[in-house]
Design a protein around this ligand. Structure first.
Ligand SMILES: *Cc1c(COP(=O)(O)O)cnc(C)c1O
Length: 495
């Protein structure tokens, strides 16, 4: 049954309204705003039922409420194709208890980081949306990456019929493991290009191609059109709501909480997508109390939650949790819109200030609506110390991003004496950031080679080396194109 009349998607900057599938196809609204559901739907299963559901069943129960113009068959088909043997556990997102927290491991997909949770289903949502809207062209995904997103998008779109994916990365600007993961990507429809420039130049080059009408015409004539896989697409946001709901069901099934007991959630945050998904889960009726937003030294969000001023005018700091090194958290706009009373004019005004002055301040009324959130941050030293202490006490090894969250959770407990049970989003496998993780545990590891360190981590942590790492040990390089920034469109036409 299709439920077209219920939820639609509207821009955060005007009253443009589209269906879910149109919002997925467009990514961004014409006015530059982000699509938000006209209301947050209620979860239509009881907590008792939830505790008996598999990941896929939970995914359907959550996503059907948001993607109202997808049929049951269409949506279940997308879910089946996404959450299959690409994940190394049938649980998809297992919960691990260590000390007094529950780590929700979101890194069991093909690139061992949490972006797989959404990027393994987005290609299917996108091709289904194209069919539903009679789009005849093949979809060409263009992405600029500073490391993680590129590989997750490549893995998600590889060999998906009706799509091609082209990823640009700054040659010399990503880690050796990240580069190797990308240039060894299989799939006839995948293209990986290094550019002689930095990430910002790669990103600007991609943005320019999205806005290039001539190029769009040429592509259309050849049967192609561009689309984007970036984290503001609601096709990435909605699948992320699922694992919070699933985690609650698991806690209940395992007898760790009482039915209806409120839990806290801690999320290591960059672009604000993952924590916004937790906020949506709460608003669907899931018993979540506090949403704890953890930042690294790039603590724009901590400052925002404490002062009400968002200010990106500051030094950009490179940390050992690079996926959180972000000064503009794009998805925050969806929260701003909401606390402005769903007022697109007010939101658009604040976003204009952000663009022009690099900062904005919210009103006291808006600030009062942020009481669900708590923000704090972890320094580099604290992050490393957390990895070591947790390992020494329990033998469990977490990655640097997760360690930022774990540190902030401890600060929260000290600040508030809150005794709610807590779920910490564990966003990457420690094998993805092996060197920083191992150096935190013992400085003696500093002079070991990359793969030696991988084996040592496996040994001391008593965990199998993930396939994603085994695969690249001896994998052949399949992509060796390198180009100048100004030649990016030429390269795209060539493909
Ligand atoms: C992307 C990423 C984050 C940040 O998630 P947002 O949704 O951008 O806030 C945190 N940790 C890891 C490992 C990531 O890849």
């Amino acid at each position: 049954m299709v439920n077209i009349l219920s939820i639609q998607y509207k821009s955060t900057r005007s009253n443009d309204t589209v269906t879910a599938s149109e919002a997925i196809l467009k990514g961004l609204a014409n006015d530059g705003g982000l699509f938000v559901p006209t209301e947050i739907p209620t979860l239509n299963v009881s907590l008792a039922e939830l505790s008996k559901m598999t990941y896929k069943e939970t995914a359907y129960a959550v996503m059907k409420e948001f993607l109202t113009d997808f049929t049951e068959e269409e949506l279940k088909n997308c879910i089946d194709k996404a959450y299959d043997s690409k994940f190394d556990t049938e649980e998809i997102a297992p919960l691990v208890k260590a000390e007094d927290a529950y780590y929700l491991e979101l890194f069991h997909g093909s690139t061992i980081a949490f972006k797989d949770m959404a990027l393994s289903i987005l290609p299917h949502l996108l091709t289904t949306s194209a069919k539903k809207n009679n789009v005849k062209n093949d979809i060409v995904i263009l992405t600029a990456t500073s490391g993680d997103t590129g590989k997750a998008a490549l893995a998600g779109f590889a060999d998906v019929e009706g799509t091609k994916i082209i990823v640009f990365y700054p040659k010399g600007g990503v880690s050796p493991i990240q580069e190797k993961q990308m240039v060894t990507q299989k799939g006839d429809n995948t293209f990986v290009v290094g550019i002689n420039g930095n990430f910002d130049q790669a990103q600007s080059g991609v943005k320019a191609m999205f806005g290039d009408k001539e190029l769009a015409k040429e592509l259309d004539a050849a049967g192609y059109q561009f689309s984007s896989a970036n984290s503001i697409n609601i096709g990435r946001l909605v699948p992320q709501v699922v694992y919070y709901v699933y985690a609650y069901g698991k806690l209940l099934a395992n007898g760790e909480i009482e039915e209806g007991e409120k839990i806290n959630v801690v999320v290591p945050t960059g672009n604000f997508g993952n924590i916004l998904a937790a906020f949506y889960a709460k608003n669907m009726g899931l018993p979540i109390d506090k949403l704890i937003c953890a930042s690294n030294d790039n603590k724009v969000l901590y400052d925002f939650f404490t002062t009400g001023t968002y200010d990106k005018n500051r030094e950009f700091i490179l940390t050992t949790s690079p996926s959180m090194d972000i000064l503009i958290s794009s998805n925050l706009e969806r929260l701003i819109y909401r606390i402005a009373g769903n007022d697109s004019e007010k939101n658009a005004e604040l976003m204009r200030e952000l663009k022009e002055d690099g900062k904005y301040t919210i009103t006291d009324d808006m600030k009062a609506q942020l009481s669900d959130f708590y923000g704090n941050y972890a320094s580099e030293t604290e992050t490393a110390q957390t990895i070591k202490t947790l390992y020494d006490n329990t033998g469990y090894i977490i990655d640097t991003h997760t360690a930022v969250a774990s540190t902030v959770y401890k600060k929260y407990e000290e600040d508030t004496q809150d005794t709610n049970k807590v779920v910490i989003a564990s966003t990457a496998s420690p094998f993805k950031f092996t060197r920083s993780v191992m150096n935190s545990i013992d400085a003696k590891y500093d002079n070991m080679g990359d793969f030696e360190l991988v084996d040592e981590l496996s040994k001391i942590g008593n965990v199998k080396v993930p396939n994603a790492i085994e695969e690249i040990r001896d994998a052949k390089v399949l992509h060796d194109t390198v180009c100048e920034v100004e030649d990016m469109p030429k390269i795209v036409k060539g493909f």
